[in-house]
Design a protein around this ligand. Structure first.
Ligand code: ZN
Length: 343
């Protein structure tokens, strides 16, 4: 299996975020890339640098206003006397029905959902290459490969059409799904990250052509709090094309696999032409977020179950933070797809 990744993705190096109000080191560290590369290589993947694909595949799921913001906000922020080193919002519109702000501070509040997605000089370049890894993986599958892996970092599934959040800027899984739509009539996105894929849900919420399913720790007391509940089913033509499967905190392998069975029943009924797996590895029992209790052998079983769907599959990296087993968990998942085989 090919694994797509460009070194520019490592340059984004966020320093802090607020957790329960306390400033902490940002866990979305460049070192994640080293661990994930090790894991992909151990599974037998061939690491391939993606081509640059320009803004078109990214603009297919994000607004021009938002992309303009992401590209230029750091330079504009630096002109503000006394501003923080990284772009971090300090005011948010209650409802986004008011005027679009002209100022950098106003736009940061408009386009950033929380403090976990600081923007520095290198962020935009890393974000573009991360998305291009997803585009290249989608093109590889469109060209006939059964599976491809995009080592996307920064991750993407908390990014909405015009809002960053939760370490995410461009929604790589959504970019991959939209790119697959070029020749796949129906695409399913299966998000197995610890956290609800709120941005992905938001992007496709009113669309019946992209089924979005997310398994995650129950958001009643967990990020992203406002989304991820079982009664969010889509709207308009998209009603019935979003499925949330929240799990009680500390659920382990058996409960996760049981919920995966429910996801598969919905996927089979939808009969997609291609699948995107939003692969968070932070459901791991030893992940610093500590929300669920999936084991390393559990990731093998989850991978085997998804591979058993036998759909053309793009695997997009989402979360999964620094811990001893991060590489092994990726190896366990990818090996289930015969990652060392050609294609
Ligand atoms: Zn996560």
């Amino acid at each position: 299996m090919k694994a797509f990744y460009a070194d520019e993705q490592k340059r984004h190096d966020p320093k802090m975020f607020l957790s329960s109000g306390a400033p902490l080191p940002n866990p979305e560290q460049p070192e994640r890339v080293e661990r994930l590369l090790l894991g992909a290589k151990a599974a037998g993947c061939e690491i391939v640098r993606p081509r640059a694909h320009g803004l078109a595949p990214i603009a297919a799921v994000h607004t021009p206003e938002y992309l303009e913001f992401l590209e230029h906000i750091f330079r504009r922020w630096q002109r503000i006397a006394g501003a923080s080193e990284e772009v971090i919002p300090n005011i948010h519109p209650l409802a986004r029905t008011g005027r679009y702000p002209a100022s950098a501070v106003g736009q940061a509040g408009y386009h950033m959902a929380d403090t976990a997605c600081p923007i520095s000089a290198e962020t935009w370049e890393s974000v573009c290459w991360s998305a291009w890894s997803a585009v290249e993986a989608a093109e590889t599958v469109l060209a006939g490969a059964p599976t491809a892996y995009a080592l996307c970092r920064p991750p993407g599934h908390h990014a909405f059409t015009d809002v960053a959040g939760g370490f995410c800027f461009v929604n790589n899984s959504a970019v991959a799904a939209q790119h697959l739509r070029r020749s796949a009539a129906r695409v399913a996105i299966l998000d197995v990250d610890l956290h609800h894929g709120n941005g992905t849900q938001g992007i496709f919420y009113a669309r019946p052509d992209v089924l979005t399913i997310s398994l995650h720790a129950d958001p009643v007391r967990f990020y992203p709090f406002f989304w991820g509940h079982a009664d969010e089913r889509g709207e308009g033509p998209g009603l019935g094309y979003n499925l949330n499967l929240p799990l009680p905190r500390q659920s382990g392998d058996e409960d996760f696999l049981l919920a995966l069975g429910a996801a598969f029943r919905r996927i089979r009924a939808f009969s997609p032409d291609a699948l995107v797996v939003a692969l968070g590895l932070d459901a791991f029992e030893g992940d610093p977020f500590g929300g669920l209790s999936v084991t390393t052998p559990g990731f093998s079983r989850i991978g085997e179950a998804i591979a058993g769907l036998k759909l053309p599959t793009v695997i997009v990296q989402e979360g999964g933070y620094l811990c001893d087993a991060l590489s092994d968990n990726l190896t366990a998942f990818l090996s289930a797809f015969g990652a060392g085989a050609g294609g």
